[in-house]
Ligand binder design. Structure first.
Ligand code: NAP
Length: 307
């Protein structure tokens, strides 16, 4: 089968090549992939030299079940599904644990479904971590990507007031349509906030921490700038006397991915969540798409069609 193989070269991180068809375990279904999406974390992983035994990338896929799991779990052959395998999804076929799969309705395209898993699961679980956000003021940094889009739509849908930080007005346009206040520098953000969701790192972390209310919480979920947070004792004199910082990783939850994927699909069906596909290409153009994602040229999700 054809698959995208890591090259170890920073400018062409992957190339189409031949790979063995997967041999699914008893609790895995074999999926013919129709579309997949790419994420910043995968760009980071592909950017360095090849890791021995590093495997192939790909965590967000949508497609059709060609062989149901041998243990009888999960969807039957022929069903349309979205899934979140641990790896190897940028390929014609992938084996996906049935606990990380859910069916999609006929009116949800493979492309829109593929935009849901990593970004949508992260957004859903970030909001769960935050607790009830109705009436709360939220500051969200690094907001123009897939996660920012879903967090903004879901949080505003729950009654929160969201200030989103994006590099330019153009990159924040889709967020203003949900009712978010969009700013392009933290100095423009009118605090204090009940909750900060911070994913940029560098100076963004202490600056946004200083914008919290007394006893507010900062949920720390990324470092898009690749710069570690620079914490300054003196910066804190401008902020709350006391606040909570919570480290977040979307995998550190008890819920199965399949259960939460079903929630996301249901939110889309109820018109409460709208995947934003900022780039849609044939998968031959994956390397260029990865570069553009890295260089902040894509808003929302980047989706590739397996032609
Ligand atoms: N902890 C977890 O479990 C988890 C899971 C998924 C994703 N994440 C992280 O969450 C963040 C958002 O994910 P995503 O998929 O929405 O990513 P994305 O589409 O690449 O968006 C990241 C955003 O960060 C902003 N950014 C600000 N400063 C940046 C810089 N110096 N370099 C690059 N980007 C910068 C960019 O917006 P502007 O260009 O408009 O500023 C960009 O749109 C990422 O940091 C990702 O690694 C964490």
């Amino acid at each position: 089968m054809k698959a995208l193989l890591p090259t170890g070269r920073p400018e062409e991180m992957v190339e189409l090549g031949e790979s063995q068809e997967p041999q699914p375990a008893a609790d895995e279904a074999l999926i013919e992939v129709r579309a997949f999406s790419v994420n910043r974390g995968e760009v980071f992983q592909l950017h360095g030299p090849l890791r021995p035994g590093g495997g192939r990338p790909g965590k967000d896929i949508a497609g059709v079940v060609v062989r149901a799991a041998a243990d009888g779990s999960g969807p039957a052959a022929g069903r349309r599904v979205v899934g979140h395998p641990p790896a190897n999804g940028w390929a014609q076929y992938v084996a996906v644990p049935t606990r990380s799969l859910t069916e999609i309705p006929d009116d949800l395209s493979f492309e829109s479904a593929a935009a849901l898993p990593l970004a949508g699961l992260t957004a859903l679980r970030l909001l769960r971590t935050a607790g009830s956000v109705a009436g709360k003021r939220i500051l969200l940094t690094g907001a123009s990507g897939g996660v920012g889009h879903y967090v903004t739509e879901l949080a505003i849908g729950e009654g929160a007031e969201v200030t989103a930080i994006t590099a330019t007005p153009e990159r924040g346009k889709h967020l203003t349509e949900f009712g978010a206040t969009v700013a392009h520098d933290l100095s423009e953000a009118a605090g204090p906030y009940d909750i900060v969701m911070e994913s940029v790192g560098g100076t963004s972390t202490p600056q946004s921490l200083a914008l919290l209310k007394e006893r507010g919480q900062l949920i720390w979920f990324g470092q898009a700038s690749r710069q570690p947070a620079q914490l300054s004792f003196f910066e804190f004199f401008k902020g709350p006397r006391s606040a909570t910082v919570r480290h977040f990783h979307y995998e550190h939850f008890d819920e199965l991915f399949g259960t939460d994927l079903a929630q996301l699909v249901s939110l889309v069906a109820k018109d409460r969540l709208h995947p934003q596909i900022g780039r849609l290409e044939d998968w031959q153009h994956t390397a260029t798409t990865l570069n553009d994602l890295r260089d902040r040229k894509i808003t929302g999700n980047a989706v590739l069609r397996v032609g």
